[in-house]
Design a protein. Structure first.
Length: 164
């Protein structure tokens, strides 16, 4: 298992930019001082260390706190490549989902709001339980009901973040 001491031997971390740079050169390694990492298929920056891929936001936590985070880490601004320390916060899976952006395949433009026949249905998930907020004559009314419920029940992230 990767330790903070071993990580600090290999990489330097800048908590303001969130970037890792190489401290060792050699066979198969980039030159010293080179920014390392590349985005994976879900958009998070990763690096291979000792034959294992590590997510940079988890490495940032290990680098600064000497342990891997016990839970998920949330990117406050929703930018998966922004691993600046002030942008990272521990979160449960449910809390992390409160800060999720609107999915690209969402047709209404708002998570939890969808057209059902001639009306609009609003709902909100709280701790894994879906709460039906009602049917509304238009999208604006359904979205307003969802936002009121989000402010009341999503203490971790009470305001929505839309797609970037």
């Amino acid at each position: 298992m990767l330790t903070q001491a071993r990580l600090k031997e290999l990489l330097a971390y800048d908590p303001t930019t969130g970037e890792f740079t190489n401290l060792k050169s050699g066979r198969g390694r980039k030159p010293v001082g080179t920014v390392v990492g590349s985005p994976n298929n879900t958009g998070y920056t990763t690096s291979m260390i000792g034959g294992k891929n590590y997510l940079h936001h988890r490495l940032a936590w290990l680098y600064t706190h000497s342990v891997f985070p016990p839970t998920d880490l949330d990117h406050r601004d929703g930018v998966r490549t922004n691993n600046a320390l002030q942008n990272l916060r521990p979160a449960t899976r449910a809390e992390n989902c409160q800060n999720a952006a609107t999915r690209n395949d969402n047709r209404s433009g708002s998570p939890g709001v969808r057209r059902v026949g001639a009306r609009w249905r609003a709902r909100l998930s709280v701790r894994g339980v879906h709460h039906h907020l009602g049917y509304f004559p238009d999208w604006q009314s359904a979205e307003a009901a969802r936002l009121r419920a989000k402010r009341e029940h999503h203490e971790f992230q009470p305001t929505p973040r839309h797609s970037l």
